[in-house]
Ligand binder design. Structure first.
Ligand SMILES: *[C@@H]1O[C@H](CO)[C@@H](O)[C@H](O)[C@H]1NC(C)=O
Ligand SMILES: *[C@@H]1O[C@H](CO)[C@@H](O)[C@H](O)[C@H]1NC(C)=O
Ligand SMILES: *[C@@H]1O[C@H](CO)[C@@H](O)[C@H](O)[C@H]1NC(C)=O
Ligand SMILES: *[C@@H]1O[C@H](CO)[C@@H](O)[C@H](O)[C@H]1NC(C)=O
Length: 302
């Protein structure tokens, strides 16, 4: 091996061997909330705390055009009704306005106990969103860290929980659907929204979420050459593997409790294709009692 081969070997080895040991400050920085964000364990863990005065949030330093974006999260364990803990990709510049934009969200809606947690996923595609799909979780998200992941390339966007795909949003531009074409960055936050999920019982707080695993496996967006990200992993990542498809259908059948395509399907062209009939569910039957589409707060995260 010549010098370059050896250095490349070392770089790859280090990058792969310690993927989850990336420190917060390498890829992220605090966004809002002041001392409600704490960096712990020498940068390996971040704690976001919310009380009646403030929540907190952080963001990635870079913009991306494609990639695998993941976060290990442990959600607030106390009686967390009204608390929203999130991890998402957004095209809104930090401090910018939430007008027609792109965004993919993991939003965990707290409840009276850990079993009542609902995962709200949403996709904004140059518009106001309202593409919610909600899920129950098959584990206690407050007891341990779990991996929440978004994959995005020019073919599709996939939401994963611990490696199981739960939602696929395809590039259906050929039938007139919108699909993200802007650069995006990662944000994460803990917040409350009385209008959306009701008031919080602050006497149960403070509510604390933990995040770890700060590596990012994405294509850095280059304004001079935005197409450079188009082929990112295109060969192997054009569709789910047969095993992933099986787990995807299984998870949706068992855990999906709300699907915008069952409610608004005429408004969204993507709902007219790709979704097997047996997967569609009736009106929201979740026990938390909130209405996912009403009172959507466009500025929820800021
Ligand atoms: C629950 O609330 C207490 C304060 O009453 C706080 O010390 C604790 O960290 C909270 N637990 C979690 C998991 O958020
Ligand atoms: C969506 O797919 C089409 C091919 O069907 C492709 O030309 C286009 O670049 C893709 N859009 C994005 C934003 O990746
Ligand atoms: C969050 O809770 C605080 C304290 O109850 C309240 O003043 C504030 O309006 C809530 N925020 C939102 C966006 O509902
Ligand atoms: C269903 O869609 C209508 C309008 O398209 C909306 O007003 C309503 O809130 C939606 N229902 C749910 C449960 O999201």
């Amino acid at each position: 091996m010549d010098y370059y081969a050896i250095s490349l070997f070392l770089i790859l080895f280090v990058a792969c061997g310690y993927a989850d040991e990336f420190l917060f400050a390498q890829n992220y920085s605090p966004l809002w909330g002041g001392d409600h964000l704490s960096v712990l364990d020498q940068g390996r863990v971040v704690q976001l705390l919310i009380d009646e005065h403030s929540g907190a949030g952080f963001h990635s330093k870079q913009d991306f055009g494609s990639g695998y974006f993941r976060m290990m999260m442990k959600l607030p364990g106390n009686h967390s009704q009204g608390i929203i803990t999130s991890f998402y990709l957004t095209s809104i510049p930090v401090g910018g306005q939430a007008t027609n934009h792109y965004e993919f969200d993991f939003e965990f809606l707290g409840g009276h106990n850990p079993k009542a947690y609902r995962l709200n996923t949403n996709v904004f595609a140059n518009d106001k969103g309202h593409r919610e799909q909600q899920f129950r979780l098959w584990f206690d998200p407050t007891a341990d860290f779990h991996k929440y992941e978004l994959f995005w390339n020019q073919y599709y966007i996939v939401f994963f929980i611990d490696g199981t795909p739960i939602r696929v949003f395809k590039n259906n531009t050929n039938i007139g659907a919108s699909y993200p074409s802007n650069s995006m960055h990662i944000e994460a936050s803990i917040c409350n929204s009385t209008a959306w999920v009701g008031p919080v019982d602050w006497s149960q707080g403070p509510f604390i979420a933990h995040y770890q695993g700060f590596s990012i496996d994405g294509c850095n967006y280059d304004t001079l050459n935005p197409e450079a990200c188009n082929d990112w992993n295109a060969g192997k990542d054009r569709k789910l593997s047969p095993d992933q498809q099986r787990r995807y259908h299984d998870a949706r059948k068992k855990y999906m409790v709300y699907d915008y395509c069952s409610n608004n399907s005429k408004k969204f062209v993507e709902c007219l294709v790709d979704i097997p009939v047996e997967e569609r569910i009736e009106e929201d039957t979740n026990s938390a009692g909130f209405n996912p589409s009403s009172n959507w707060d466009e500025n929820l995260h800021t």
